[in-house]
Design a binder for this molecule. Structure first.
Ligand SMILES: Cc1ncc(COP(=O)(O)O)c(C=O)c1O
Length: 279
């Protein structure tokens, strides 16, 4: 349906109504035939190799053999690595610092948040990374730790975020073994933070540099990340705009000098990531 607007005021009002319906400040595409996806990102343009693969898949010859790409396959000729989910994209990064940097570059460009909330105190490079990779994003330190009680200062943290943060702002949370305090939010505190993050429609980045160091169990140390992503993925109309995880394997895999890390982007169910366009 094509709609002709009488003047710019009517156009602006109509866009405002659409934004209200969407509930977010950016585009969540819901139809399959559009060429954009999460955050209005365009779907990758066709690559000659993908075109050849599409032609191979379309070919009904019973003895067809693909010599197109050199990927490992099992006895039945199936790819060994399969796409696990259309809601998660993962990229190898130059350790945890590179993952934080890439998250800041990607989100400042595509999400265009006004603010990034960094725990006070935190790993010193959070501020440096955001100053370098997202200079247009205003940095705010949110109360995290109280030296007098030697515990997480939830009483100050929640009201501060409630009054200062706006939808699409970013909040950095350390997944476990908080640097430099070593003090983590308890599960019940994390649930309270998650409720506020949802209510305020903030975009969380989990910085996970010490998975396994808090409890000795890598699975238990991922509880916060899992809780937030499950909250988002279990709700078809999730208010969470997305979740990033900046993962370092420097300490837990003892690969400090190898600079091994990953950035994961988890997107809401309403706008799954698309395969590159086969052309
Ligand atoms: C909280 C936190 N995030 C990220 C990093 C960076 O990790 P990497 O050394 O893998 O770059 C560190 C390193 O000390 C850290 O403490």
């Amino acid at each position: 349906m094509v709609r002709v607007f009488r003047d710019t005021t009517e156009l602006v009002r109509s866009v405002g109504r659409v934004r209200q319906t969407i509930g977010l400040n950016f585009l969540h595409t819901k139809t399959d035939n559009m060429q954009t996806q999460f955050l209005g990102l365009s779907v990758a343009s066709p690559d000659p190799t993908y075109k050849l693969m599409a032609a191979f898949h379309a070919d009904s010859h019973p003895n067809k053999v693909s010599l197109i790409t050199g990927a490992y396959r099992d006895q039945e000729g199936r790819h060994i690595t399969n796409r696990l989910s259309s809601n998660i994209a993962s990229l190898q990064t130059v350790s945890g610092t590179g993952a934080n940097h890439l998250a800041a570059v990607f989100l400042s460009k595509h999400l265009q948040p006004k603010r990034v909330f960094i725990p006070d105190p935190s790993w010193v490079n959070h501020k440096t990374v955001w100053a370098t990779a997202g200079p247009a994003v205003t940095q705010h330190e949110y109360p995290y730790y109280s030296p007098s009680t030697q515990s997480v200062n939830l009483e100050a943290m929640l009201p501060f975020l409630d009054t200062t943060a706006e939808p699409n702002d970013i909040i950095i949370l350390q997944a476990c073994a908080h640097n430099p305090t070593g003090t983590d939010l308890t599960k019940s505190q994390l649930i309270e933070v998650a409720d506020l993050v949802k209510e305020k429609k903030l975009f969380p980045i989990f910085d996970s540099a010490y998975q396994g160091y808090a409890t000795g169990d890598v699975d238990a140390d991922a509880w916060a990340i899992r809780y937030f992503t499950e909250q988002m993925l279990s709700d078809a109309d999730s208010p969470l705009p997305g979740v990033c995880v900046a993962q370092s394997f420097a300490k837990n895999f003892r690969l400090y000098g190898e600079r091994v890390g990953a950035l994961h982007l988890v997107v809401p169910r309403a706008c799954p990531l698309k395969e590159p366009n086969p052309g």
